[in-house]
Design a binder for this molecule. Structure first.
Ligand SMILES: Nc1ncnc2c1ncn2[C@@H]1O[C@H](COP(=O)(O)OP(=O)(O)O)[C@@H](O)[C@H]1O
Ligand SMILES: [Mg+2]
Length: 277
């Protein structure tokens, strides 16, 4: 029997992520705000408990007999910050693609928050994508849309009403610290800023998991560090972070779990890991 994830609450402010904004803009508590906060925390805790990611003996063989993943077993708990490292071609991006259902496994099973997504139907993929935000190395922003429009677009395509868009977009843009660049176009932003827009866009559905595939691959050391600090802040408020990276410095300073992949499977899984390649 398939068990569905609960759809995200409609009020974005009732979620742990909003605390990331609160941290930057603290206001005095009224008793209403106190109880709202308490309920949000309790709700957040329940949601955190249910979201675990499990890959069980997963293989992926692309057409042409190209083996990308082989018998990979992995569990990621709710709220973890996991780095996935490994040389080019070991299957990191394939793992991400299976998790967001951009590709299907050839064998094994993938379960996200109790929901078996191994054979997920195309019609159900948007529901999964609301639970799992994704960030790519090349940002994938729409060049003819402003910062605001790029972020709003992610909500528009999911049919969100205008008021909801107007409420959420400023919140996520504030989380990534781009409130003074709302009307700039991607070409008028630095690489680090463009990546922050793509992170804001990934947060609009208040996902429980954020997957970043080489998010600092095109950035210099300073911008990379800023992106990692942002991911840490998002993680601190309960969102699971899965960071695929080649950046040795980043991994070694994080002092979090490191999964090293080799030949389509897991070679090392260290609780407080180092980049060992
Ligand atoms: N669409 C595809 N068709 C055929 N082979 C693919 C495809 N995508 C990836 N591969 C192969 O699968 C292996 C893993 O690729 P990938 O997951 O992109 O690795 P990584 O992200 O670690 O560099 C590589 O050998 C790659 O050539
Ligand atoms: Mg890759």
């Amino acid at each position: 029997m398939e068990r569905r994830l609960k759809p995200a609450p409609t009020d974005y402010r009732m979620c742990p992520l909003s605390s990331v904004v609160e941290q930057r803009n603290r206001k005095p508590h009224t008793s209403v705000r106190f109880w709202q906060g308490a309920l949000a925390m309790a709700g957040g805790a329940v949601l955190l408990l249910v979201l675990m990611i499990t890959f069980e003996k997963v293989s992926k063989i692309y057409p042409g007999n190209s083996v990308a993943l082989q018998d990979l077993t992995l569990t990621i708990d709710a709220g973890e910050f996991v780095s996935i490292v490994g040389q080019s071609g070991v299957g990191k991006t394939t793992l991400v693609k299976l998790l967001i259902a951009e590709e299907r496994a050839s064998a094994g099973s993938i379960v996200v928050g109790g929901w078996d997504i191994t054979h997920i139907r195309a019609s159900e993929v948007p529901l999964l994508r609301r639970q799992i935000g994704v960030v790519f190395q090349d940002y994938k922003l729409l060049p003819k849309k402003s910062v605001w429009e790029n972020v709003a677009f992610a909500l528009e395509v999911s049919g969100a009403p205008r008021e909801r868009i107007a409420a959420i977009v400023p919140q996520v843009i504030k989380i990534v610290g781009l409130e003074d660049k709302l009307h700039r176009y991607p070409r008028q932003l630095s690489g680090g800023e463009q990546q922050r827009v793509s992170i804001a866009r990934a947060l609009v559905h208040r996902p429980k998991v954020l997957v970043a595939d080489e998010p600092t691959g095109n950035l210099d050391a300073l911008n990379s560090q800023e992106i990692i600090e942002l991911l840490k802040r998002i993680n601190a408020f309960g969102t699971t972070i899965i960071l695929v990276t080649h950046n040795r410095g980043v991994v070694n300073t994080l002092k979090k779990r490191v999964i090293t992949m080799e030949g389509g499977t897991i070679a090392h899984d260290q609780k407080i890991g180092k980049y060992v390649l």
